[in-house]
Design a protein around this ligand. Structure first.
Ligand code: SAM
Length: 229
C-alpha cells in the first residue's frame, strides 16, 4: 500500500490509531484476497469478484461493521469498500472473514483520486456515504467530501439511474448536499415515499451514527438519483 492521495485539500486527516494484533494479522493474511490495489491502466472490477452482480461502493466505511452487515444481507450485490484509515481496513477484514463473506472487496485510497484516475465510467450502481466527516468550522467546509466536484465525478462513475445514499448527523451538511444536488443537472433527490424508505431501510446503524445520536444530533438520509443522459 503506497501513496493514498495527491490532493492538496484533503477530506480526511489520517488518524494515528495503532493496529491491534488482530487487525495486523488480518491485513497480513487477507489483504491479498480482499484488497484491490489501484494500478496504471485502471481497475476492471469484473476481474475481482466471484459473481457478476451490481456494485455498491461504500465510501469511508470506518470500521467496516456496517459494510459487513450489508454484504451479508445482500449476497447478490458486489460491495466495494473505500477507506484510507488503516486500522479501519484491518477491522473490516476481520468482519469479512468472521462473516465468511465473498462479495466484498476493499480499496485503501483517497476516493477522489480513485474515481478520477482508476475507476471505469458507469461501473458502479450505488454509492453509499454514511456519516462523512462534517468539518464543522466554516474555514474547513472546503474539506467536505460531498460537493459539486464530487457529484461531477459520480456522474461518470455511476450508471444511469444509479443512486447515492447519503446520511449525516450534521443538519447543515445535509442541507448543503441537498442544495448542491438541486443545482446539479445530472442528479435529483428522491422524494420521501416507498422507494426512498426501502433504500434507507438497508442502511445499518453505523459507529459514527451512534456517536451522533448520543450527542443528540438529528440524522438525515438523502437518496439521490443520477438522471439518464
Ligand atoms: C466520520 S467517519 C464515518 C465512518 C463510518 N461511515 C461510520 O458512519 O461510522 C468518515 C470516514 O471517511 C473516511 N474518509 C474521509 N475522506 C475519505 C476519502 N477521500 N477517501 C476515502 N475515505 C475517506 C475517513 O477516514 C473516515 O474513516
Amino acid at each position: 500500500m503506497g501513496q493514498l492521495s495527491t490532493r492538496s485539500i484533503r477530506t480526511f486527516v489520517l488518524r494515528q490509531g495503532r493496529l491491534t494484533e488482530g487487525q495486523q494479522r488480518s491485513l497480513d493474511e487477507h489483504w491479498g484476497t480482499f484488497g484491490i490495489e489501484p494500478t496504471e491502466g485502471g481497475i476492471d472490477l469484473s476481474q475481482h469478484y466471484d459473481q457478476t452482480a451490481p456494485v455498491w461502493m461504500e465510501i469511508g466505511f470506518g470500521n467496516g461493521v456496517a459494510l459487513g452487515h450489508m454484504a451479508q444481507n445482500n449476497p447478490a450485490v458486489n460491495f466495494l469498500g473505500v477507506e484510507v484509515h488503516l486500522p479501519g481496513v484491518g477491522h473490516a477484514l476481520v468482519e469479512i472473514t468472521n462473516r465468511e463473506l465473498s462479495n466484498v472487496r476493499l480499496i485503501r485510497y483517497d476516493v477522489l483520486d480513485l474515481i478520477e484516475h482508476f475507476m471505469s465510467p458507469a461501473s458502479v450502481d450505488r454509492v453509499l456515504v454514511y456519516f462523512p466527516d462534517p468539518w464543522h468550522k466554516t474555514r474547513h467546509h472546503k474539506r467536505r467530501l460531498v460537493n459539486a466536484t464530487f457529484l461531477d465525478l459520480l456522474s461518470t462513475l455511476l450508471r444511469d439511474d444509479g443512486l447515492i445514499h447519503f446520511a449525516s448527523d450534521w443538519v447543515p451538511y445535509a442541507r448543503q448536499v441537498q442544495s448542491v444536488v438541486e443545482e446539479h443537472p445530472k442528479f435529483e433527490c428522491l422524494p420521501a415515499g416507498d422507494e426512498f424508505q426501502q433504500i434507507v431501510s438497508l442502511r445499518p446503524e453505523t459507529h459514527f451514527e451512534r456517536r451522533g445520536t448520543r450527542l443528540g444530533h438529528e440524522v438525515t438520509d438523502l437518496v439521490i438519483r443520477k438522471l439518464p443522459n
